[in-house]
Design a protein around this ligand. Structure first.
Ligand code: NAD
Ligand code: TYD
Length: 349
């Protein structure tokens, strides 16, 4: 038995994680606490909303009283902390909302967990889900390992780095049992179309320009979201208390090569002439402070816990495109309303 609080479970990664835990562990009681910001969507969890071991609570991780009442009611034994503001571009225009949720929200959660668990930390776990962006930006060579010095360079990564530091500080100072994982860029179903891959899929479907920042030479290391949550499952159950694990799939792509692969696959899937979608490629002004390259060395996770990614990128991308093509209603719903305003502010038309 375990009573688990998942925060941010209505978001992209959180919804995959919640689904995995609800379905795979019927003996666990799962409470999903999510504020339902623009990025949170209960449609992402339709298939499990009536599961007997699942409860949804709408609320903010910064709300200490709400957290206390939830701890009282559900007597949590573990926390899987996913809730965050997660988009670099939004962090450039509105850094304070990132400080609020990612830093203050995380510390509020740590504080409440510490108070509730202080008399008996046995069997308790605060699992913090984080990003490789805390390590900064790589040149053409090298990889991020677990003890790479932190060097965050965007307001997003600075807020996540800060939250990681607080999680470690609670472990060292108060002996709070913690684990942290830092993962590379994720892609897959239910990804909000503000991020590169779902934004380009959405624009290709609608014959709209594909905005490539700068020269498109920046490199990201992509992992299918179901592989990320399977790694979290492995670390949650078998990882060591107090440890950090990097998660990644050795799958580096320049943005331009990735979007061209997407164009090619979608030409075929949409019965368009080869080369049609590439005509939509449009180079736009670069992101301020754009990190050049991220690349994860996940050797520790492989050697200590035996975890490996299951999917090749081309296959994962194909599955992802198929999901979006089969779920145009989801895409229409999330891109109506506030999304239009965001898109016009970011990209013009
Ligand atoms: P997301 O933006 O899709 O989802 C975030 C969720 O958190 C949403 O459901 C939102 O409603 C909720 N939320 C936001 N503020 C909240 C608050 N104050 N209180 C309660 N809920 C709140 O993000 P994601 O891409 O699923 O990322 C989840 C976690 O994984 C984040 O911590 C992120 O830093 C980390 N991560 C993401 C990636 C990636 O590629 N997306 C890679 C590595 C790590
Ligand atoms: P993104 O999906 O926002 O993830 P992150 O910035 O966290 O890595 O962006 C991935 C890469 O794609 C990044 O180098 C920025 C670039 N990008 C574009 O070229 N155009 C776009 O419209 C977006 C959203 C991103």
């Amino acid at each position: 038995m375990a009573n688990i609080l998942i925060t941010g479970g209505a978001g992209f990664i959180g919804s995959h994680l919640t689904r995995l835990f609800v379905n795979k562990y019927p003996q666990y009681q799962i409470v999903n606490l999510d504020k339902l910001t623009y990025a949170g969507n209960l449609e992402n969890l339709k298939d499990i909303e009536n599961a007997p071991n699942y409860t949804f609570v709408k609320g903010d991780i910064c709300d200490e009283q709400l957290l206390q009442s939830l701890f009282e009611k559900y007597q949590f034994t573990s926390i899987l902390h996913c809730a965050a503001e997660s988009h670099v571009d939004r962090s450039i225009t509105d850094p304070l909302s990132f400080v609020r949720t990612n830093v203050i929200g995380t510390v509020t959660l740590l504080q409440v967990a510490k108070e509730f668990w202080k008399n008996n930390m046995d069997g308790k776990l605060f699992y913090h889900i984080s990003t490789d962006e805390v390590y900064g930006s790589l040149g053409e060579t090298g990889f991020f390992v677990e003890d790479t010095a932190y060097d965050p360079r965007s307001p997003y990564s600075a807020s996540k780095a800060s939250s990681d530091h607080f999680v470690r500080a609670y472990h060292h100072t108060y002996k709070l049992p913690i684990k942290i994982s830092n993962c590379s860029n994720n892609y897959g179903p239910f990804h909000f179309p503000e991020k590169l891959i779902p934004l380009c899929i959405h624009n290709i479907i609608n014959n709209k320009p594909l905005p490539i920042y700068g020269k498109g030479e920046n490199v990201r290391d992509w992992l299918f979201v179901e592989d990320h949550v399977s790694a979290i499952d492995t670390i949650f159950h078998n990882g060591k208390i107090g440890e950090t694990y990097n998660i990644g799939g050795h799958n580096e792509w320049t943005n331009i090569a990735l979007v061209k692969e997407l164009c090619k696959q979608m030409d075929a899937k949409l019965n368009r002439e080869p080369g049609t979608n590439e005509k939509l490629l449009t180079y736009v002004t670069d992101r301020a402070g754009h990190d050049m390259r991220y690349a994860i060395d996940a050797t520790k996770l492989k050697e200590e816990l035996g975890w490996m990614p299951s999917l090749q990128f081309e296959e994962g991308l194909s599955k992802t495109i198929d999901w979006y093509l089969a779920n145009t209603e989801w895409l229409t719903n999330v891109t109506s309303g506030a999304y239009q305003k965001y898109y016009e502010g970011m990209y013009g038309a």
